[in-house]
Design a protein around this ligand. Structure first.
Ligand code: SAM
Length: 372
C-alpha cells in the first residue's frame, strides 16, 4: 500500500517519538497474564525492557512501514502473546493489540483482521475524518490499550466525533449480523493514520457485545454459544438432538433447550436445578469421555466445554467424527499457561472445521465444524 499524500504534514498536536525511542513502555499495554512466561518470541518476555516493536524482526521505523501484502491482526484483550506465537515468522511488528503480519490469512487468535491496511498521512483531526469518509461511511477507531500511546486516545475520540454515527448498541440474540462494512483505524503517529476500509468483523475490534440475560442462564458461558450461532448465522433447530459434554452449571444446555432442542448433557457435576427442570433436558452425571459415540448413535450437534487438555478433546472429537456420529460440532479448546498451538493446528486441519477466538473466550479457542 502506498502512503497517501496530503497537502500538509503539520501533524495533529505533538510530534511523537519514533519507534525505537519510546523507552520502557509495556508493549501490550494490558495485563496479559500469559505474556510473562515465555522467551520463545522476543515480544513475550514480560520483563523485557524494550517494547515489542524495537525487537521485532523488521523495525517499524516509518521508512520501513510495510506497504503491501500485509494485514493488521487484532489480538483479543490480554491475548497478544498467543497471537504472536501463532503468526510466528509472519509478524512484522506490533503495538498494543495490533500485530502487523505478512499476508492476510486470519489467525485464530485474531478477533479482527484489517484486510486493506493503508497508511494515511493526516494534517489535522478534520483532515483525518475527511480522508476516512472519502473511503467509506462506517468506521470505528481502535483505541490503544492503557499505557500504549496514551496521547492518541483523545485525538482518536475527536476524529470519531467527526465521522458518521455508527451504532454501538449491544446486539439482541437472534438479531442478524450488521451487513455494512466496518472500517477500522488508529493513529500510528500524530500525523499518520493506519486505516483499513475492509475488516473481517462487523464489530469494533471483533468484540461482539450482547444484551445479556442476567436472570435465566447460570453463569455467562451461554454467551459463547450466542456468539458462535450469531457469527455462523446458523443455530440448532427445534427438535434436533444435542449432546453437551461438560455442561454444568448449564449455560449451554439452557441455550439449546431454549431453542427447542432435545439436550443430552453430561458432567461430573449436576446442572443448576432451573436448567435441569427444563423440558427436553436429560442430564447424566459422569465423564464426557466415557460416552461412546458408537453406542449413543448419531446426534445433530456435539458440544463440549469440558475442562480438559486440548489433545484429549481432539481424540474425542475425532472419535465422534470417525464413528459418523455427529453432523455439527462446537467445542472449546482450553489452554493452560502455555498455548498448545500444535493441537490447535490439528483442529484447524479437520476438513470443514474452523477455529477462532470469540469475544467471551478466555485462554481458549472455539472450534466449529458444520455438516454443510
Ligand atoms: C467451563 S465449565 C462448563 C460450563 C458450561 N458450558 C455452561 O455453559 O455452564 C466446564 C465443565 O467441565 C466439566 N468437566 C471437566 N471434566 C469433565 C469430564 N471428563 N466429563 C464431563 N465434564 C467434565 C466440569 O465439571 C465443568 O462443569
Amino acid at each position: 500500500m502506498k502512503q497517501r499524500k496530503t497537502s500538509s504534514s503539520a501533524g495533529i498536536g505533538r510530534v511523537s517519538d519514533t519507534p525505537g525511542t519510546r523507552g520502557h513502555r509495556d508493549h501490550q499495554g494490558n495485563r496479559a497474564p500469559h505474556a510473562a512466561r515465555s522467551a520463545k518470541h522476543p515480544a513475550v518476555r514480560e520483563q523485557a525492557p524494550s517494547p515489542f516493536w524495537e525487537t521485532a524482526p523488521a523495525a517499524l521505523e516509518p521508512a520501513r512501514l510495510p506497504e503491501e501484502n500485509f494485514s493488521v491482526q487484532v489480538a483479543a484483550r490480554h491475548y497478544v502473546r498467543p497471537l504472536l506465537e501463532e503468526l510466528g515468522s509472519r509478524v512484522l511488528g506490533a503495538r498494543g493489540r495490533l500485530v502487523l503480519a505478512r499476508g492476510s490469512a486470519p489467525a485464530a487468535w485474531a478477533q479482527n483482521v484489517w484486510l486493506q491496511p493503508l497508511w494515511l498521512p493526516v494534517a489535522s483531526i478534520g483532515d483525518a475524518a475527511r480522508q476516512l469518509t472519502a473511503l467509506q461511511r462506517n468506521w470505528r477507531a481502535h483505541v490503544p490499550p492503557p499505557g500504549v500511546e496514551p496521547g492518541f486516545r483523545r485525538r482518536l475520540a475527536l476524529i470519531g466525533e467527526r465521522l458518521p454515527h455508527v451504532g454501538t448498541r449491544p446486539l439482541a440474540f437472534g438479531s442478524p449480523m450488521p451487513t455494512a462494512p466496518l472500517g477500522a483505524f488508529t493513529l500510528w503517529r500524530d500525523d499518520l493514520l493506519l486505516a483499513s476500509p475492509r475488516t473481517t468483523s462487523a464489530f469494533a475490534d471483533g468484540e461482539l457485545l450482547f444484551q445479556e440475560n442476567r436472570d435465566d442462564p447460570p453463569g455467562r458461558a451461554y454467551l459463547k454459544l450466542w456468539e458462535t450461532f450469531t457469527l455462523l448465522g446458523r443455530r440448532p433447530q427445534p427438535g434436533e438432538l444435542c449432546v453437551d459434554l461438560g455442561a454444568a452449571p448449564g449455560g449451554w444446555t439452557w441455550v439449546l433447550a431454549y431453542l427447542g432442542c432435545r439436550v443430552f448433557s453430561i458432567d461430573k457435576a449436576p446442572l443448576d436445578p432451573r436448567v435441569q427442570r427444563m423440558p427436553e433436558v436429560n442430564h447424566c452425571i459422569g465423564s464426557g469421555f466415557a460416552l461412546d459415540p458408537r453406542i449413543t448413535g448419531p446426534v445433530d450437534w456435539l458440544f463440549s466445554d469440558m475442562i480438559c487438555y486440548p489433545e484429549k478433546l481432539l481424540d474425542t472429537v475425532l472419535r465422534w467424527l470417525e464413528a459418523g456420529a455427529c453432523r455439527n460440532i462446537v467445542c472449546t479448546l482450553k489452554f493452560q499457561s502455555e498455548t498448545d498451538h500444535e493441537t490447535a493446528r490439528r483442529f484447524a486441519a479437520i476438513p470443514g472445521g474452523s477455529l477462532r477466538h470469540l469475544s467471551c473466550n478466555k485462554h481458549e479457542l472455539t472450534f466449529v465444524r458444520l455438516a454443510d
